[in-house]
Design a binder for this molecule. Structure first.
Ligand SMILES: [Zn+2]
Length: 493
């Protein structure tokens, strides 16, 4: 038996602590899943990683994940291999709990959006979180209580307001999840059933979140023509419900709304000056991706050249083609071709080239902005490359090539900023005594290589990924380690 004082020593790297402070040359020693020492630790280690020329940073936190089912049923390679050590699921109001046993997914195509769904062994949200722990995921998982699932549990997909009894039941479900350690409440106000909720309903539920110190996270009601009103609604829900607010995947959608993020961010800054804690996140691409049926119903017309079918299980030959190409294939007008895709597969997902690079850069470079992939872990088709590439793309494209951000600032957006926002205890920074979630990467090589036509490709330059002290990926290969766990909200004040 080795009597080495350390389990693992990361030697000679440039350490970025996650706070935005400049990198410093140091060794990092790990013991018992924690960071034992940073500096020049004395003594031997069972394993050594030679990190000369590499960056050593806190593991990345994906604040906007849809891996609610994938964390139970997949190795989570698509996140781990980009350096993500903590995934925050339950976003956009979509999720897999609370649920009645045997009721199946409440929303068509949920398995495309959330990953392959095993038969639920849980009922409440707290039981779902326990099931995630028992599945021993490869990365850590933080959970938001999804408003859509809570609403469906009480009202199904009914397009009306809840009565007093239904609202009380929804409040109980939210409170149960929060008491079990959920990080907050999410809404998806363009998707059924969230789209049926009035502002007052969400304020009432958000008060239960406030009692537990959680955050309100929203895919807001409109990211196009009504962007500013939708941000104002989220702000009102936070103010009257008593919580901080996180605006998800902040964007201005559609050609006629280009530049609007200048106004939305100015508004957010003014709200902060007035005392409300509002932050946001972004994925570093000009294309969005979601369920085709939802965008089809939106008031803005879709350009058939700017809509790419991602997943259509019943008609695989549509995947990777634009609506314009499918229209040509079928010899139909574009609108009819879109309807044909939806007739084949009501839950089909697509990619929409609807953003302007200037808006993406403005949002991404803002100090209040975190990084969230919004990846949809569909087991089939050609998912948006953000599922595999988001974090490497920020580091390769926006730090090294375009110099939009410093490396330290980009890492801060991926680590300490989200850890503080979501109250993740002792994560998001490299500090002695804290959890050993670490990524070692090559700043000269790191790059996303996933594309719209070939999206299932791991980034290059992510050399080691360590989850709770265990090596989970080594030189671009995932290890058998399953060291992740549910991260519950820090209850200290
Ligand atoms: Zn969303």
């Amino acid at each position: 038996m080795s009597d080495a004082p350390f389990d693992l020593l990361i030697r000679g790297g440039n350490v970025i602590d996650g706070t935005g402070a400049p990198a410093v040359r140091a060794d990092v020693a790990l013991r018992g899943g924690r960071i034992a020492e940073i500096g020049r630790p004395e003594g031997s280690a069972k394993h050594v990683i030679e990190a000369a020329g590499l960056m050593v940073a806190p593991g990345f936190i994906d604040v906007h994940a849809h891996d609610d089912a994938a964390v139970l049923s997949t190795p989570m390679d698509f996140k781990l291999m980009q350096g993500v050590t903590t995934d925050i699921v339950g976003n956009c109001g979509a999720g897999v709990a609370p649920v009645e046993p045997g009721s199946g997914p409440s929303i068509p195509g949920a398995d495309i959006v959330l990953g392959p769904l095993p038969e639920p062994s849980w009922r409440t949200f707290g039981e779902y979180m326990d099931a995630v722990d028992e599945a021993h995921p490869a990365i850590n998982v933080g959970c938001l209580v999804p408003h859509g699932a809570v609403r469906a549990h009480s009202l199904g997909l009914a397009p009306r307001a809840p009565d007093d009894r239904e609202l009380a039941a929804m409040r109980d479900d939210v409170a149960e999840g929060m008491a079990a350690g959920a990080l907050g409440l999410s809404t998806g106000l363009i998707y059924p059933p969230g789209i049926f909720a009035r502002t007052e309903e969400i304020i009432a539920l958000n008060r239960a979140v406030s009692e537990h110190g959680g955050v309100y996270v929203s895919h807001i009601r409109d990211e196009a023509g009504g962007l500013l009103e939708a941000v104002a609604e989220a702000v009102r829900i936070g103010r009257e419900g008593g919580t901080p607010v996180q605006i998800s995947h902040h964007k201005a959608s559609g050609r006629s709304n280009r530049g609007k993020t200048a106004e939305s961010i100015a508004y957010i800054e003014a709200q902060r000056a007035a005392g409300l804690d509002v932050t946001f996140d972004v994925y570093p691409y000009t294309a969005a991706s979601t369920v085709l049926a939802v965008m089809r119903r939106a008031p803005e017309a879709l350009d058939p050249n700017e809509v790419l079918v991602a997943s259509c299980r019943e008609k695989r030959e549509y995947e990777g083609k634009t609506i314009a190409q499918i229209a040509q294939m079928l010899d139909l007008p574009p609108d009819d071709a879109m309807d044909r895709v939806l007739a084949e597969e009501p839950g089909a997902t697509a990619i929409f080239f609807i953003m302007d690079e200037t808006d993406v850069r403005r949002v991404l470079s803002h100090p209040l902005c975190m990084i969230g992939s919004d990846g949809l872990p569909s087991p089939t088709g050609k998912p948006h490359p953000r599922l595999y590439g988001t974090f490497a793309r920020v580091l390769g494209t926006y730090v090294r090539q375009e110099r939009l951000l410093t490396l330290e600032e980009a890492v801060r957006k991926m680590t300490s900023l989200p850890a503080r926002r979501f109250r993740l205890l002792e994560r998001g920074e490299l500090r002695e005594g804290w959890c050993a979630d670490i990524v070692v990467f090559d700043p000269e090589r790191v790059e996303d290589v996933a594309t719209y036509q070939d999206p299932r490709r791991y980034p290059v330059g992510i050399e080691w990924v360590i989850v709770n002290g265990q090596v989970a990926a080594e030189r671009g290969t995932q290890t058998p380690a399953r060291a992740g766990r549910v991260v519950r909200r820090d209850r200290r004040d």
